[in-house]
Design a protein around this ligand. Sequence first.
Ligand code: AMP
Ligand code: ZN
Length: 474
Amino acid sequence: MKIFNTLSRRKEEFKPIEPGKVSMYVCGPTVYNLIHIGNARPMIVFDTFRRYMEYKGYDVNYVSNFTDVDDKIIKKAVEEGVDSSVISERYIEECKKDMKGMNVRSATTHPKATEEIQGMIDMIQTLIDKGYAYAAPDGTVYYRVHKFAGYGKLSHKNLEDLEAGHRFINVTGEDGKEDEFDFVLWKPKKEGEPSWPSPWCDGRPGWHIECSVMSKKYLGDEIDLHAGGEDLIFPHHENEIAQSEAANGKPFAHYWMHNAFLNIDNKKMSKSAGNFFTVRDISEKYDLQVLRYFMLQAHYRSPLNFSDQLMESAKNSLDRMKTCARTLKELNDSGKLSDDGITPKEAEKLEQAKEFTKAFEAAMDDDLNTADAISAVFELVRFINSNIGESGSLEYVSGLTDQLYTLTDVLGLTIFAEDEVDDDLTAKVEELIAERTAAKKEKNFARADEIRAQLTDMGIIIEDTREGVKWRKA
Ligand code: AMP
Ligand code: ZN
């Protein structure tokens, strides 16, 4: 697979550090409000990347944080007269609801900045010990940007050029800085703010150090991929590189992926201009699957414009996929299909349909081109619509159904009605599958068959594949 690496500004072949494994970190939202549809774009895009890597057989370790200490959270807490953890916990829960609606899977780990403070203090101390950071008299700790030779390599900014075009603006409270480019790693507390003790002062971490530390703790010093929206390239990701590489003495992330922005009516989304939607606003009008489809029909590196008209057209397209899925399901349930096995002609058609999967994979392998991948799914839909009828073999129809299911599942689009997630059922099925896998390992095939029968009785179809056991509702 090729991905466009912001670091090299080229499409590069993706080679993981450990064969068969992907370690990835996606910067998550600051939780002071309901997430907006701009925040939803990286969530959907990188969830799709993860799903595709899993489809290709990789074991993906996906880490995405919640930034739960921040000026905006504190401001809101003051307004409401509550502790800032009340605000962050509330919006983490709300964010999880929106993620579920958009079928964005939970990360392997969702660390919270406030639970990782010790790691931040340790990394800041390492940076001070190595000469990359210093504490000002008021207890603020700054990163010494000029000391890090690679500064600017991600954003392709050159410090000298930046300096030339930059007027020195002395920000209040930043008098202790050695250099205007130095950024904050630790800042002293202000009255009423959450704070933690540290060797420098009671205070709280800067935003950039949070991600360096959470990535290190959950994925290691050197990781495959780091991702987020393009506004994070500078300074956030540039600063993360400076911190992590200086502290760990190793390259940080091998690949950097950034999604372009989502605009509204061709204008930058902004609260003050009033052209601002939360995911929750959209959910009142549309199934959030439509929002997911809308996001994926564009390439993630192209700016995307949000409008009612485009959402309507996304809805219509998704409905066409759903209609095909329903037709297949009705045919499967009709009792009219033969179970005498597939006919040679049908086998030939199934073989022909595989071309659509190949086209889908070729698109996804080309820097996650979900737009072309969706076109391949539509070709499959058209093929199915014109190649199924009242009769035919069960094997043929379920072959096509599986193919459509697999491709739409990689995109995270739930077009089969029975996909609607039932957490209790999912937990039960996964428990039984794990038990069956264990039974097979112990060569207790009788027990394994018994579990399969139990799953069948529950209306669950399981399939043993190269990537492990897959299941779906019958
Ligand atoms: P924030 O909560 O502002 O830190 O943003 C969380 C994530 O959403 C980051 O990856 C941002 O780059 C991304 N993001 C914010 N606004 C937009 C937008 N309008 N379009 C696309 N991505 C965005
Ligand atoms: Zn981050």
